[in-house]
Write a protein that binds this ligand. Structure first.
Ligand code: ADP
Ligand code: MG
Length: 324
């Protein structure tokens, strides 16, 4: 449970300064010695000499991104991984992070310890240093954490550089993440780094709000996506949800959020068989599917068409924050 009624077991008992000491202890080697890590007004790091710096930020909110059914280790891990997924989507390497905690004083110390152990494990796995942060107070039984993650990439792969004729590929399977994948996913970091080195890969992003919403960001002006509906890699979870939701499996695959897969485009001249073979060799455990191609827009056509029938595909939405 996030909150506790017993004062001695809550962060109220510690206060800010003791809590920061606890955080340093929980993080262990993931927090470098000050001034590179926690301790001073800013963390000091040597400026990058080559490459491009990447910066991303993402939050996790009690009641929205997690609830009491999720253990705190997984909450911490999810916060790191959803930021790593953004770095992966540029073909980058994550490096250092700062963490802003917005926390009510009834939050349990045990819960917070679990949260930080999840952060520590995940940071260790991706060689991320957690170098600083902030703590501020919220009203009863509230918790948000905002992570800002820095990384670097020699040649970041952008969303906006696809061309007419490009094939559209996705990793993994799509839809139904609410059944568990929303925190159990592995960010596609090695895959993204490998693709970033390929000149045939024109553009890339991660799927966080659903294919139906996100794919649009990869389409240049006056183009549309011709999609092979029978090739969309519908997840088992999406199929399961479709039994009870009244929605089609494909609608779940297009419109559910938090897939954390890579969506990318490959030059029209790519030898698909060769490409898919080398992918198989490199990433035998990561499914890869060509789901369509980018074409010039015809008259009065939607952004996505069924390649077989030429009809518009209705699932053009995804997760939207603040929409009621
Ligand atoms: P300041 O008041 O100068 O912003 P603080 O007293 O808030 O500094 O923080 C002291 C040190 O602890 C800083 O190095 C800061 O980065 C670090 N810190 C504060 N909160 C967190 C947190 N939630 N996670 C990691 N480091 C933190
Ligand atoms: Mg200061």
């Amino acid at each position: 449970m996030l909150a506790t009624k017993t004062r001695t077991q809550s962060v109220a008992h510690l206060g800010e300064s003791a809590l920061i000491e606890q955080i340093k202890f929980w993080l262990g080697p993931v927090n470098p010695p000050s001034p590179q890590g926690i301790g001073d007004d800013c963390a000091v790091s040597v400026a990058l000499k080559e490459g491009n710096q990447l910066t991303t930020t993402d939050a996790i909110n009690y009641g929205y991104h997690f609830d009491d059914s999720m253990n705190p280790e997984n909450v911490g891990a999810k916060l790191i991984k959803r930021n790593v997924s953004d770095i992966a989507a540029m073909g980058g390497t994550p490096e250092s992070a700062v963490l802003a905690l917005l926390c009510s004083s009834d939050v349990s110390i045990d819960w917070l310890k679990g949260f930080f152990l999840g952060i520590r494990d995940t940071c260790e796995r991706y060689s991320i240093s957690l170098v600083g942060g902030d703590i501020s107070t919220l009203k009863a039984t509230s918790f948000s954490a905002v992570l800002t993650l820095n990384g670097y990439a020699e040649e970041p792969k952008l969303r906006t550089s696809s061309r007419v004729g490009d094939f559209i590929y996705t990793t993994g399977t799509l839809g139904g993440s609410i059944l568990g994948k929303h925190y159990q996913f592995e960010p596609r970091l090695s895959e993204g780094q490998w693709l970033a080195k390929s000149p045939e890969c024109h553009a890339m992003m991660d799927l966080s709000d659903g294919l139906g919403k996100d794919l649009n960001a990869l389409l240049p002006e006056n183009t549309m996506a011709d999609l092979f509906l029978d090739q969309i890699p519908v997840s088992e979870a999406a199929k399961k949800l479709a039994h009870t939701s009244g929605l089609e499996e494909l609608e779940h695959a297009f419109c559910d959020g938090e897939d954390y897969e890579l969506l990318f485009t490959m030059d029209a001249q790519t030898d698909k068989t060769e490409f898919e073979k080398s992918w198989q060799n490199k990433f035998p455990n990561t499914q890869l599917t060509c789901i369509g191609s980018i074409q010039n827009t015809g008259v009065e056509k939607g952004p996505y068409l069924d390649a077989k029938t030429g009809k518009p595909i209705p699932w053009v939405y995804g997760f939207e924050h603040l929409k009621t």
